[in-house]
Design a protein around this ligand. Sequence first.
Ligand SMILES: [Zn+2]
Length: 379
Amino acid sequence: MRKAFISPTKYVQGENELLNLGFYIKSFGESALVIGNPGDIERVQDKLDKTAERFGITLHLADFGGEATREEVNRLKKLAKEKGTDIIVGVGGGKAIDTSKTVANGHNLIVCPTIAATDAPTSHSAVLYTKDHHFDEYAYFIQSPSVVLMDTTVIAQAPARFLISGMGDALATYYEARATRRSNSNVNAGLPNGYHTGDTAPAKGTIASITLARACYETVIENGYNAKIACDNNVVTPALENIIEANTLLSGLGFESGGLAAAHAIYNGLTVLDGPHNYFHGEQVAFTTFVQLILENAPNDEVEALLDFNLSVGLPVSLADLDVVEVKYEEILKVAEKACIPEESIHAMPFEVTPESVAQAIIAADAIGRDYKKRKSVK
Ligand SMILES: [Zn+2]
């Protein structure tokens, strides 16, 4: 049986770790193109200046336009050439990092997230958008980033909502990897470069990926609440460090090499509704993970552990929490139909799923979540 596992060459996290960025750049060359939103660069400018000076390297700052488009990628590729460097540093959140991944195209890439809101930084893929912010395509690269560098001090100073959203995304990882393993479905790690041309090479998950996914779950449940409080107060504690690792490294390796299933497919389905648009990826995934548990009729203590956790950190447990106030079956069926298109990861569930069964699970989860919240008398 063919199995695959993919990861960055190096993952490093620590307080003020950005001061060591120059060290990693130096292992590739003398200068780098830094891609980030002006606001994010400003937050770390002082550290960039210090590390450049300390390690004797040149940083070329490329004002990132804000959207991960093919045009922006081409502009930045040209800029890197003009500056005579092929070392790319991505600083900031999802779009700046996805753009930097595409500019680097699998080589000499250092990713420095300034938030821990999703598990995307470690992956060998990126999402590209059109200029008017619509989905364009998934891009896959030959390798994951060379270095993923997490400065915990910077992340502790970002709004806690990002970190909490990252926990929502991270909690999906184990349940989806477990479903993928039960159904013996393929994982993304097996894809070679050129996947989008249809040249697929199926591979299953490894013991490593399911183990990391399980560790991710346990770490989030154990440390999530205390990490939220630490982040609310902009301080770095062991709990916050554990959550940064879980949200980024454990969840990132766990999803890419362990597989996605219902939670992320239903998340994609939610895009047909208006309400959830104002919520982050991980906030929506927090609810769709709960839907997956209802769909697979997971044990009650598992369901309650997830609901208790979501309530403790302020993650959604119902559609109302995602601003979907009126729940109509026909609309929910549209969500479920989108979640069940043939190429969706929902078919990695270890039983047959239909738009009808998914719609009913969404409606049941919503009702259970609202009732649970009332019983726990959380306002
Ligand atoms: Zn996700």
